[in-house]
Design a protein around this ligand. Sequence first.
Ligand code: HSE
Length: 294
Amino acid sequence: MDKIKVRVPATSANLGSGFDCCGIALELYNVFEYEKIKSGVEFVGWDKAFANESNLAYLAYKAVCDKIGVDSCVKITIIDTGVPVSRGLGSSATLICSGAYAANKLHGMKLSKEEVFEICTELEGHPDNVAPALFGAFCTSVTDMKGNPYTVRTHVSKRIHFTVLIPDFEVQTHDARAVLPQMVKREDAVYNMSRVALLASAFKSGSGELLRIVTRDRLHQQYRRPLFKNIDEIEKCAYECGAISFMISGAGSTCLCLSTKMIEEKLNDKIKDLPNGWVAKELKISKYGTKEVE
Ligand code: HSE
C-alpha cells in the first residue's frame, strides 16, 4: 500500500466539568491523503504558512516513521476540511491523528493503538482532543507521572442532541489558558471533581437531568468568558430555545449546547441578527474516530 486517505472527526474538549481530561468526537470531518514518495516532503492544497516541515500532520507522520524505523518521505494532500481552524473543535488534533494513523497503516501497522495515542498526545501536549479524535465517542483521559496517556471510551446515548455555536472570531488556546488562575479554591475543585466523576455515565445514560448538573464547572469557563464576544446573549438564546446545558468547546471560540430535542433551527432563527456571526449546527457523535476512507 503506497497511499491512504484518512478521515478524522472534530472534537469538543472539556464538556464543562471535564477540564483537560474529557472530550467527544463529532461528525464533522477533515480528510487528508498520505502518499509515500521517493524523497523529501510535499504538500498539496495547503496554505503556504503550513506547507513546511513544522506542519503537525507531517510531524506526526514522521514521529511514527521514526519509531518504526522507516523513512518518512511523504506527499500530504488536503482532501476535505470540514473542521474550522482555531475554533475549539480540535482542528490540530485532526492533523496529528491523521498523520500518525496514516504512517502506521502505510508501514504495516507496526505500532499498537496505544503507541499511536502516545505519539499523538506528546505532539498535542494533552490527550483531551486526540483521544476522541482517534477512538471516537466520549473519552476520559489521564496521563501518568511519565506523561503516558490512558483513556476510557464511553458510548454516548442517542437521546442527547449536540449543537455547536460557531462565531466568526477566534480565541487562541494560549490566551484562554493565560487567564486561568494558578490556584483554585478547594470547594471549586470539589465542585468539578464530583461532577466529572459522573460525566461519562451521564452521557452514556442520556439523562438530561443529570447532564444539566454534571456539565457545570467552576475551574475555567468563568475566567474565559470575557474573551468571548456576546457570549451572555448567545447563552440566553440557547436556554430559551431549550438547551439543558451550555459550555465553551475546548478553549473556544465555539460553544456547545446539549438538549433532549432538536434546537438548531429555532436557535439559528433567534441569533441570526446578533453580532459576531454565530451559527448553530447540530452534530451527531462520531463513534469511530480516525478511519481510512475510500
Ligand atoms: N482542554 C484545553 C483547554 C482545550 O481547555 O485549554 C483543548 O485544546
